[in-house]
Design a protein. Structure first.
Length: 255
């Protein structure tokens, strides 16, 4: 696999690469994601870029120790993967996802952790479970509507689990339209802006709640964690959505 290389990023070089298809530092979501990453490196976050020899990003993996995870999971002693992606079509299906996953497993073993955990989904916006199941991961917990918590254990240890209590956590935000978000995903900034603007069609003013640290993310009201939309205490979206999807959802619930 000499047509790609894997680079460990840190605060000094993260701006040299793109990810999730973004590279323009003037793009708000990309800029905010970079600032978010810079704050996480001190917590043990690893962000590895898969790139071509001319330094063009084609994929990445992001993970960190479970106590600092920005997912609603209890996973002490586990390395938790936030994201893994091969975003260039011509590089998919060539084993590069496995290559990135093996890097995470190696680092977790080196750190003498219990294992590696990851939240997957049958829906969009998160990795599916196939890659992980093929590498010895097993399902250890589920969350609605289609989230699965997978773990690959290196030793006998308690399994990680979802925080749960989703309905109670949703209801505490009260009435109205509430967007709960953070910059872990570079798509969130544009999505949130579009939803806030589109809400006016329905005579609704959106409240935006920023998640400022991993503890807040771990207690988010959906298993995705870093982006949730609530309306009158009910979850209506658990990952970034576009204007059209939002309009269709609102039309149905405001009949």
């Amino acid at each position: 696999m000499n047509d790609v290389e894997i680079t460990d990023t840190d605060s000094s070089n993260i701006c040299e690469y793109g990810f999730c298809g973004y590279k323009n530092l003037k793009q708000d979501g990309h800029r905010r994601k970079i600032e978010w990453l810079k704050e996480r490196f001190s917590e043990g976050l690893t962000f590895k870029i898969l790139s071509t020899p001319d330094r063009e990003s084609v994929g990445f993996i992001e993970y960190l120790p479970g106590q600092y995870a920005w997912r609603p999971v209890d996973a002490p002693g586990y390395m938790v993967i936030h994201c893994i992606m091969i975003h260039r079509k011509e590089y998919k299906g060539r084993g590069y996802g496995s290559l990135l996953l093996e890097q995470c497993v190696r680092d977790a073993k080196k750190a003498k952790m219990h294992g590696v955990a990851v939240v997957t989904s049958k829906d969009t916006w998160m990795a599916g479970d196939e890659l992980f199941l093929n590498h010895g991961f097993e399902s250890v917990d589920q969350a609605p509507p289609s989230f699965d918590l997978l773990a690959k254990k290196f030793k006998k240890a308690p399994s990680p689990k979802f925080k749960g209590g989703w309905e109670k956590k949703s209801q505490k935000y009260g009435s109205g339209l509430v967007i709960i978000q953070c910059d872990q995903c570079p798509c969130v900034a544009k999505c949130s802006k579009d939803i806030v603007e589109t809400a006016g069609i329905f005579g609704v003013k959106a409240q935006v709640v920023e998640l400022d640290n991993h503890k807040q993310a771990q207690n988010a009201p959906s298993a995705y964690g870093v982006f949730t939309i609530l309306y009158n205490g009910e979850l209506i979206a658990n990952h970034p959505i576009g204007r059209t999807r939002f309009i269709n959802i609102m039309k149905k619930i405001r009949v």
